[in-house]
Design a protein around this ligand. Structure first.
Ligand code: GP9
Length: 407
């Protein structure tokens, strides 16, 4: 009975996202470059401190891109590896541990594998030890042609855990130019990793009252990454990759700085629990299309599970046979976004679960008033979110996609 419910859910999701419109296949055979930025959160996008923009390059790029301002990371304990997993498989990460470490050899419908079947060269770039998060094994199973890890980069500008993002982007792009097109390139940055210590000569902001705090250091590190991103897009243009590439940039997860006073001081207003929940769970998603079309802000809720179905849509790859739980961001439909904690949102409500998991003990927020409403208003969503998380967990843990294939 449970298996039937799981199959029915995947079927329903597949039917829902397979609606075709004029954007289906519009960018068929374009290159795709996806940049997953370490701890890149949404709350400081478009903001300034002491008269200086924190992310000037991202802000500039937003003007000619689609910016999803209500995009959620859906990660759990597997942090960066969870963001990677969810974005590429359109499944939820696990309630404990990392899928990369626990079930790397199970079967999933993964973006790099699918793209390879459609003639793409998929490659992944991350200038850190290849065994971290079990990446060597997982990336092999995800269908990448090659994983360019720390040993493939010249550490000519050491920073934090490894190489500076600036040099990482430059060297990754140099490697990319000799890869057969169309390619799928996935880049994972590192310079803005906790504890956010950027060398003094690379700190470009005056963070004023946040000087010598972890929050101030965080803003400095984001400003640094933004600068590196700006140089990266310039280099893409010089290499002739701008007009034939879909560029996607998103944040992997929050910065682990949970002290509300920092955010209240920075944003200049008091914040309730809903505000904090959204701040800690929203990361930006930017999609630059090769012709720069559809630019603007998209505020419907969305999340990391939506990246793969949405890219397949743009590339004209039918996704109905794949087992994915995310939304297609290019069709006009009601959205439902579930976080690993059991929190969920649609366009009307946001539910924050209680640690005991009991429905009635959670809080249901009305997104219009931004205040709590009777918890009953979140009942349907709660059951749906529970089913979605459980179905995803079962698929991962019991290798159900392989079983269904074998049947
Ligand atoms: C290191 C990087 C860090 O390779 O992915 O991951 P995190 O600690 O953020 O999960």
């Amino acid at each position: 009975e449970e298996m039937d419910a799981i199959k029915a859910l995947f079927h329903q999701k597949s039917t829902q996202r397979s609606v075709q419109n004029e954007t289906f296949g519009k960018y068929k055979n374009s290159n795709v470059v996806v940049v997953q930025v370490e701890a890149f959160m949404n709350f400081m996008i478009g903001k300034s401190i002491n008269g200086k923009e924190i992310t000037p390059n991202f802000n500039k790029l937003m003007k000619e891109s689609m910016y999803f301002s209500n995009y959620y990371h859906q990660t759990g304990q597997g942090r960066t590896s969870d963001a990677d997993f969810s974005s590429h498989s359109s499944l939820h990460p696990l309630p404990s541990g990392s899928v990369f470490v626990r079930y790397p050899d199970h079967q999933y419908d993964m973006l790099p594998t699918i793209l390879k079947e459609y003639g793409y060269s998929p490659n992944v770039f991350h200038a850190y030890d290849s065994s971290f998060w079990n990446r060597t094994i997982m990336y092999n199973n995800m269908g990448y042609d090659r994983f360019f890890s720390k040993k493939d980069f010249t550490i000519d500008e050491p920073m934090g855990w490894s190489l500076s993002d600036n040099s990482f982007f430059k060297q990754s792009l140099d490697k990319m130019t000799s890869i057969t097109q169309p390619f799928y390139s996935f880049l994972i940055t590192l310079s803005s990793h906790h504890p956010y210590t950027i060398p003094k000569d690379k700190q470009g902001l005056d963070v004023g009252e946040f000087s010598d705090t972890i929050f101030g250091n965080y803003l400095q590190s984001i400003h640094y990454v933004d600068d590196a991103l700006g140089k990266f897009t310039e280099q893409m243009k010089k290499e002739g990759l701008w007009d034939n590439t879909i560029l996607v940039i998103y944040g992997d997860h929050d910065n682990s700085i949970k002290d509300k006073p920092y955010y209240e001081q920075f944003l200049g207003k008091s914040l309730n629990d809903l505000d904090m929940e959204q701040i800690m769970n929203q990361v930006p998603l930017l999609v630059h299309l090769p012709d720069g079309s559809q630019a603007g802000e998209y505020s419907d809720p969305s999340g990391q599970l939506d990246m793969t179905p949405s890219l397949l849509h743009l590339l004209g790859i039918p996704a109905d046979s794949y087992h994915m739980l995310g939304n297609n961001l290019f069709v006009d439909q009601d959205r439902f976004v579930v976080l690993r904690s059991g929190a969920f949102t649609d366009s009307n409500v946001f539910y924050i679960p209680s640690p005991d998991g009991i429905f009635e003990n959670g809080r249901c927020y009305d997104l219009n008033t931004r205040d709590t409403t009777t918890v009953v208003n979140c009942r349907v969503g709660f059951d749906q979110a529970k089913l979605q998380l459980r179905s995803s967990d079962q698929v991962i843990q019991y290798d159900l996609l392989r079983k269904w294939d074998d049947e």
